[in-house]
Design a binder for this molecule. Sequence first.
Ligand SMILES: [Zn+2]
Length: 374
Amino acid sequence: MKFSEILGHSAIKANWTSSIRQGRVPHAQLLVGKEGNSALAMATAYAQYLSCAQPTDSDSCGQCPSCIKYQQLIHPDLHFSFPIFGADAICDDFIQDFRAAFIANPQLSLGQWFAYLKADNKKPNIPIKECRNIIKKLALRPYESSYKVLVMWLPEYLGKEGNVLLKLLEEPPQNTLFLLVTDNQEAILSTIISRTQYTRIPSYTYPEIERFLVEQKAIASDIAKNAALMAEGNLSKAIELASELDNPQFEDFRQWVLDCYQGNMTKVIGDMDKFSEKGKEGIKLFLLYGIQLFRACLLMAQNSDKLQLNSAEKEFVSKLSKWVNQSNIQALYETFNKAIFEIDRNGSVKLILINVSLRLKNCLQTAMAHANKP
Ligand SMILES: [Zn+2]
């Protein structure tokens, strides 16, 4: 991974590359930051730069034999250690999955990693057997580079047995580097922290995330803006949210409810023109989707854990539930179900939808004299 492939963090990148050029390479570093801030990718880019045969002042070349192996995470002097499951396992058993998951998603979170392994219910752990394997691997000389590198992702999952690594951290074999990457510094053994040099990797800012979504992921700017605001500096979460918000059914419904609430009939009629492109079956599905979100409003008011919504829907429903409640839910169900029935009977779709819109507008405006805009 090249530094240029990672969003932001330009001051840290400049600082690191300059230190490496001056031959200042601390043998154990701890990178600390919140999830979704590319810290693991930064550690890997650091190691790639260090091993590159033709680095520039600011980045690895991406083309030398070392970089080519680094890009695929298969360099023989690059070792990864990370949370796995099962007391008797070592990370080498999972390394192919790890490479694939990390290359596909450089902001990989622990949740996403365990989902990738289809092990959501398993307990993450870096077992003692893995620690012993690290000691064995790092006792060997580097094969091809000047340095051997161990990137340990989430050392907070080491547990007490991590202490067997202390001696190695204190007196590492020659030309051996430790790059520890954590999002929960408090949970790391203090004996390990005291033996490392600390770098904080900050969370991303809203504008950084918004620009990334628009420029790198081709997300529409209003969706990118909302996703960036909701993600709170977590790039990985922002990418997920953007794809959820990009669901046209949801965006259409959200916009329509907003237009009805504002009583802007010109916009509502514009919405109707747009919806008629869905075709009859598409409109029926759209109305059923609306009923599903109304039902979710009631469940949310009861703090039910039966809600099956994505984060964007949850956010919207939590606001809508201030206005859609016991007093009007029956009228809304009836209006939407009647519309589906009439569309089946070949009624005029546009006329039916305008009636639904007027009814929705009345329900919302009555219910929310004091509520805020969704
Ligand atoms: Zn290179």
